[in-house]
Design a protein around this ligand. Structure first.
Ligand code: PAF
Length: 293
């Protein structure tokens, strides 16, 4: 097992990526905030399966956390993350300081309109600006590459794709399937905050998505009925709901009061105590999180 080389500066990351391309190989990039789990590892595996020389970034990005969110307590364990990336065969890890990503005098924000309005955009003001600002910077440093993201963050992938197209960045954005525990719980770095009883209640997200997927498979197309099925599962177990909503799978435009005529994303964000969990399924495209429908 070869340990990934750890790069700390933008210059070192840029030089490393340029060297890969100079050797007539292509770069695969896996941006993360660390606290890696099987979902992240699946992104690295997808990159390596394409034969890409793979670099991951580990950076808990302060600009995407709100003032009352979990930036300070977000799990950080670089050694464990390096060990798990080494096992996958990741060649390099970019682990910059906050000052490296946001140097003194920093004044530039990258902001995507429209796609950032619904779902998490309504509840986490400024969150997506933080994501697009840091990802744009990372893409600018890494240069031409394929970059791998998980579909659990469905809206994030849509926003990053839009940004990449609009800014003509030389990056192929690859969306990978959500990885779940065998009981259906979507992998998340925040799952480690959950005590066993809370983890059990967190399964209501997958159950809610399953209820709607199963009804959709039986022919139900009324957005309010589908949403209601998911909502009642989640409301019965979670402490607080930010949203249970259906949106067009491409534009994310809300579909309340409509009959579905094309794929729609059913997305959930809800809390157990102070832990916020999200999950989604694309009706008409994805299998149910609990299998079957
Ligand atoms: O999905 C994440 O882990 C983060 O939002 C990302 C894309 C690494 C940007 O900080």
């Amino acid at each position: 097992m070869v340990k990934p080389v750890v790069l700390r500066s933008r210059e070192d990351l840029r030089a490393w990526c340029n060297n890969v391309r100079a050797s007539h190989e292509s770069v695969g990039f896996v941006p993360t905030m660390g606290a890696l789990h099987a979902g992240h590892r699946s992104l690295a595996q997808a990159s390596l399966a394409r034969g890409l020389v793979t670099v991951a970034s580990i950076f808990v990005n302060p600009s995407q956390f709100g003032p009352n969110e979990d930036f300070d307590r977000y799990p950080r364990d670089l050694d464990a993350d390096l060990a798990s990336l080494a096992l996958e065969g990741v060649a390099a890890v970019f682990a910059p300081s906050v000052e490296e990503m946001y140097p003194a005098g920093d004044s530039t924000t990258v902001s995507v309109r429209n796609l950032t309005t619904p779902f998490c955009g309504r509840f986490r003001p400024g969150h997506f600006d933080g994501v697009t600002t840091v990802v744009a910077r990372l893409f600018a440093i890494v240069g031409p590459c394929a970059a791998f993201f998980g579909k659990k963050d469905y809206q994030q992938v849509a926003v990053i794709r839009r940004m990449t197209t609009d800014l003509a960045l030389p990056v192929e954005v690859v969306a990978c399937a959500t990885v779940r525990d065998p009981d259906g719980l979507a992998m998340s770095s925040r799952n480690r905050y959950l005590a066993p009883e809370a983890r059990h209640r967190a399964l209501s997200l997958a159950r809610g998505l399953h209820a709607a997927s199963a009804a959709y498979a039986r022919g139900e197309r009324d957005a309010d009925v589908l949403r209601g099925l998911a909502h009642s599962e989640v409301a019965s177990a979670m402490d607080r709901i930010d949203y249970v909503e259906l949106g067009d799978a491409d534009s994310l435009a809300p579909l309340a009061g409509q009959m579905l005529t094309k794929p729609a994303v059913l997305a959930i964000a809800a809390y157990l105590g102070t832990t916020r969990l999200i999950d989604n399924v694309v009706l008409g495209v994805d299998a149910s999180p609990l299998g079957g429908a």
